[in-house]
Design a protein around this ligand. Structure first.
Ligand SMILES: *Cc1c(COP(=O)(O)O)cnc(C)c1O
Length: 417
């Protein structure tokens, strides 16, 4: 596939069309050759402003870099192609993306959200949205009781599937059907699976959002977010706010994230292969209480995974309960040699963390445990290292951690990080 170099940058080059597969789109969508130099990789356009030939007549399609710039526009085109969307808008973080969408609601609006949303989303819903008069109701079983929660003020439904950190799945089509009966928009946070594994718009969602910080960039070196959707009306509302609020990514970050996304399909496949191998090893271990991984036949929502995920893939994230309580969980994260103890996910390197005392520490214990976030739960983000190495690392850390907990060895020594 060649993008012709005789097109000015303002007109789309021969764009890959939706008939092309994911990998072709990831590599080529929004990636025109530079019309002036033929450069195969776009330049990083640091200019904040763009010349005009007459008042209101910019040379190209750009005027001022907050409103739009070449690197961001190209990144947005690529994400739109990967999410089967007409439009995508990029933001300075996943959290800024959430904030922009919530800001688009009129004061007095009501939102229904799944209970186990990302911590920062929960914080925005409960501590920021209410300041401009938006009320959020949380439900642990949204497919079951969404109709009971809908009021005349309900404007938005917020789903995360898989949920964090228990990897529960939501049937997007079932929720969208109930919401659309009442003209309510459905947003899906697709961060945990990436567009390679799941495309929520194909299952009836109106907006899909990502923390680009995770799989889309994939190299743990950019904080960024994106929303993708098909409606012209949503484009008008959200692009207005993107510019008016100004929480936009830099040209450099847009360029880096675009570069990262070109290998998303390779990374997502490898992460799934690795997570699947580890999930099976954990499930077979007597040192483990339970494993949460949507790629396992034992997962309670496996049927949804088969319906919503590419080839029923489970993605790169999993969590498990270790025997020996919180002490063993903490030891496990200290004894791994390849997995790094750290928050975040979706990078090429494998990470582990303890939700109850790290990512989800802000949630009261009773509320946490009600959704399965016990003190002995360990969350793993599988990178793209070799499956055998990762599996061996998990098993040796498991042995040592559980043995220590049984022997009452205290924490804080022998940490490898
Ligand atoms: C990280 C994350 C966010 C927030 O994104 P930032 O880029 O950190 O602001 C939102 N949702 C999920 C599921 C995430 O993992």
């Amino acid at each position: 596939m060649t993008a012709s170099s005789d097109h000015p940058i303002t007109t789309p080059p021969r764009a890959p069309s939706p008939v092309h597969g994911f990998g072709t789109l990831a590599v080529h969508a929004g990636s025109p050759h530079d019309p002036a130099t033929g450069a195969v990789i776009e330049a990083i356009s640091l200019s904040t402003t763009f010349a005009q030939t007459a008042v209101g007549k910019p040379v190209g399609e750009f005027e001022y870099s907050r409103s739009s710039n070449p690197n961001r526009a190209n990144f947005e085109k690529m994400v739109a192609a990967l999410e089967h969307a007409k439009y995508a808008l990029a933001y300075s973080s996943g959290s800024a993306t959430t904030a922009n969408i919530l800001q688009s609601l009129a004061a007095g609006s009501h939102v229904i959200s799944v209970s186990d949303v990302y911590g920062g989303t929960h914080r925005y819903f409960t501590q920021v949205a209410k300041a401009h008069g938006v009320k959020v109701t949380f439900t642990p079983e949204i497919e079951v009781d969404i109709r009971d929660h809908i009021t005349d003020a309900t404007k938005l439904v917020w789903i995360e599937t898989p949920s964090n950190p228990t990897l529960r799945l939501v049937d997007i089509r079932a929720v969208a059907t109930a919401a659309h009966e009442r003209g309510i928009l459905v947003v899906v946070d697709n961060t945990f699976l990436s567009p390679y594994v799941q495309n929520p718009l194909d299952h009836g969602a109106d907006i899909v959002v990502h923390s680009v910080t995770k799989y889309i960039n994939g190299h743990s070196d950019v904080v960024m977010g994106v929303a993708a959707f098909n409606s012209d009306e949503l484009y008008a509302r959200l692009s207005f706010l993107q510019n008016a609020i100004g929480a936009v990514p830099s040209a450099f970050d847009s360029w880096l994230a675009h570069r990262g996304a070109k290998t998303l399909h390779l990374r997502a496949r490898e992460a799934t292969t690795n997570a699947t191998a580890i999930a099976h090893a954990l499930e077979a271990s007597p040192l483990v209480i339970s494993v949460n991984y949507p790629g396992l036949e034992s997962h309670p929502h496996r049927a949804i995974a088969l319906k919503q995920h590419r080839n029923g893939m489970g993605g790169g994230m999993l969590s498990f309960r270790i025997h020996g309580g919180h002490a063993a969980a903490e030891k496990f994260c200290q004894y791994t040699k390849i997995f790094t103890l750290a928050e975040s996910l979706g990078g090429v390197e494998s990470l582990c963390e303890i939700p109850s005392s790290m990512t989800h520490a802000g949630i009261p214990k009773a509320q946490r445990e009600a959704v399965g976030i016990f003190d002995d739960l360990v969350r793993i983000s599988c990178g793209v290292e070799d499956a055998e190495d990762l599996k061996a690392d998990v098993l040796q850390a498991l042995e040592r951690a559980v043995a220590d907990a049984a022997n009452g060895v205290s924490n804080g020594v022998n940490g490898t990080h």
